[in-house]
Design a protein around this ligand. Sequence first.
Ligand code: ADP
Ligand code: ADP
Length: 225
Amino acid sequence: MSFIEAENIWKSYGKGEAKTVVLKGINLKIEEGEFVAIIGPSGCGKSTLLNILGLLDTPDKGNLYINNKKTTRMSENERARFRRKISGFIFQQFYLINSLTALENVELPMMLEGYSKNYRKRRAKQLLESVDLGDRLYYYPYQLSGGQQQRVAIARALANNPKIIFADEPTGNLDSKRSQQIMDILKNLHDEGITIVMVTHELEYTKYATKIVKMKDGMIVDILG
Ligand code: ADP
Ligand code: ADP
């Protein structure tokens, strides 16, 4: 079995007249160590699919297996625990906590897992150094540029040693120089063996992908690679 297997995933939002069917029978397999880029026009269901693959959302119908576990049969709690254990997330909007320093933002996921203060601080520092923010540990998000904030978010995503990183338009709010820095980091993480699943509308960055999934109108219309 593949690392991730999505079988006939359906998802809609709303009810009655307002009902929109967003995913229409998605089948997708992702192997460990792949770098998957999900592309397609705005509104075609990319983020919805990413959220379902990342266990942030649940399908109405279909099965999702991750690491040989049938996630669609888990309770909400089990799913949340499983998600925290194996995945990290990066979003276009960064979603850092503004009242916490860069260091504290990175410590947070480790706190939820119950690691000691000492360990948390040491690891958060190392992670921030690895994304070139060793001199910004005590800065708050609003004191950092967009590129710097996204690098804090990457350090946070790595805190609990994820097997897989889900990235939703990670460069969507950044200029091309900062975008390239983020893509270089994602490429390095992939080279280190982390599986990456990224939604992007920047076709330039699909060159880092080992598999390109093209979506249209809630369906996968092509898989390259
Ligand atoms: P993409 O990432 O390809 O732009 P999305 O997955 O974000 O597409 O959205 C697909 C469709 O689902 C859009 O029409 C969007 O408006 C709708 N949608 C997404 N999330 C919700 C939601 N929480 N409630 C209602 N409609 C939603
Ligand atoms: P980005 O991540 O957006 O590319 P950089 O890290 O390249 O930002 O920062 C650009 C320059 O601005 C660097 O020399 C950096 O040290 C400086 N800089 C960024 N943020 C601040 C800040 N809050 N205070 C002082 N200098 C800053």
